[in-house]
Design a protein around this ligand. Structure first.
Ligand code: NAP
Length: 277
C-alpha cells in the first residue's frame, strides 16, 4: 500500500509527543505512513487546510489554539465533536474533511481501565476549560448520570452545565463546598492546569475529607504524579494520571485514520520515553 501522510496542526507544536507515538505504530504495523507536526499560526489556519486539501494529506490532529476554529473549515463534524464544540482529529475521506473529537472519549476509556463501572459512579469534575468540556460531554454521551462540577470561576462551570444537552442532574459547587463534601464522590477528576510543571507544589482542591478507595484522577501528565495525586495515594485513593488520556486520544485517532487498532501499551511507553523516562 502506498504510504500516506498525517499531521498535527498547532501553535506551538515543538514539544509534541504525537509524531513519535504515531510513527512508531505505523512502523510496528508495517504501514509506510508518516506523521509530521506543523506549526500553524492562527492567521494561517484556513490556508493550511487548503494546503491539506490540495496535497491530499490523509488526516490530521488539531491542538491548541485551533480546536474550535478548525470547525469552520471542515465539511462534516461528527455528533460527539459537535456536542463538545471542538475537534481534535480530522479524516480526509476522498476529499471530504470530517472532524471528530477523541479527547473526552479517550479520557473515559482510560478511566475505565481503573474503574470499569465509572459511568455508574458519583463523579466530581474540577475545572471548566477545554479539557473539562470534552470529558464532561463524553461522560454524558457515554451514559454517566451523576456528575457535579466545581471551578475557581463558578460562572464558567455554570456555563458548562448549561451547555450540556444531557440531563446529568449536575450540581455546580464552589471549591470550598466541594472540599467539604468530598466523601460523597467515588471519582474526582482534576482537569485544571493546577499542579502542572513548573508549579508542581500547587493543588487544585484540598483532599482533607477524601474517603479511602476513591478514584482520584488528574489529567496532567507533566509531572506524571502530581503533588495532588501523591497526597491522594497516601490517603488510600486509587490514582489515575493523564498519560492514559493522551495515549487513548491518539489511539482513537489512529483507528479513525487507519481502521487498525494500535498497540496501546507500546504507545504509552513511547510517550513516557518522550517525557524523559
Ligand atoms: P483551559 O481551557 O485554559 O482551562 C483551564 C482550567 O484550569 C480552568 O478551569 C481554570 O479555571 C483552571 N485554572 C487555571 N489556573 C488556575 C489556578 N491558578 N487556580 C485555579 N484554577 C485554575 O485549559 P485546558 O485546555 O482545559 O487544559 C487544562 C489542563 O489539562 C492542562 O494542564 C493540560 O495540560 C491538561 N490536558 C491534558 C490532556 C491529556 O491528554 N492528558 C489533554 C488536554 C489537556 P478558571 O475558569 O477559573 O480560569
Amino acid at each position: 500500500m502506498m504510504g500516506k501522510l498525517f499531521g498535527l496542526l498547532g501553535h506551538p507544536v515543538g514539544h509534541s509527543m504525537s509524531p513519535a507515538m504515531h510513527n512508531d505504530q505505523f512502523n510496528q504495523l508495517g504501514l509506510s505512513h508518516y506523521y509530521q507536526a506543523f506549526d500553524v499560526h492562527p492567521d494561517r489556519l484556513g490556508q493550511a487546510v487548503n494546503g491539506i486539501r490540495a496535497l491530499g494529506i490523509s488526516g490530521f490532529n488539531v491542538t491548541i489554539p485551533h480546536k474550535v476554529t478548525i470547525m469552520e473549515y471542515l465539511d462534516e463534524i461528527d455528533e460527539e465533536a459537535k456536542a463538545i464544540g471542538a475537534v481534535n482529529t480530522v479524516l480526509n475521506q476522498h476529499g471530504k474533511l470530517v472532524g471528530f473529537n477523541t479527547d473526552g472519549r479517550g479520557y473515559v476509556q482510560s478511566l475505565q481501565k481503573v474503574a470499569g463501572d465509572a459511568l455508574d459512579k458519583r463523579i466530581l469534575i474540577i475545572g471548566a476549560g477545554g479539557a473539562a468540556k470534552g470529558i464532561y460531554i463524553s461522560l454524558a454521551v457515554m451514559g454517566a448520570k451523576n456528575i457535579d462540577l466545581t471551578n475557581r470561576t463558578l460562572e464558567k462551570a455554570q456555563e458548562l452545565n448549561r451547555f450540556c444537552k444531557h440531563d446529568l442532574q449536575s450540581k455546580v459547587r464552589s471549591i470550598e463546598e466541594a472540599e467539604k463534601m468530598l466523601s460523597h464522590y467515588d471519582i474526582i477528576i482534576n482537569t485544571t492546569s493546577v499542579g502542572m510543571s513548573p508549579y508542581v507544589e500547587a493543588v487544585p482542591l484540598s483532599l482533607d475529607h477524601l474517603k479511602k478507595g476513591t478514584i482520584v484522577s488528574d489529567i496532567i501528565y507533566n509531572p506524571l504524579e502530581t503533588k495532588w495525586l501523591s497526597i491522594a495515594k497516601h490517603k488510600g485513593a486509587i490514582i489515575h494520571n493523564g498519560i492514559g488520556m493522551f495515549v487513548a486520544q491518539g489511539a482513537l485517532a489512529f483507528e479513525i485514520w487507519t481502521g487498525k487498532k494500535p498497540d496501546f501499551e507500546k504507545m504509552k511507553l513511547i510517550v513516557i520515553e518522550q517525557l524523559g523516562g
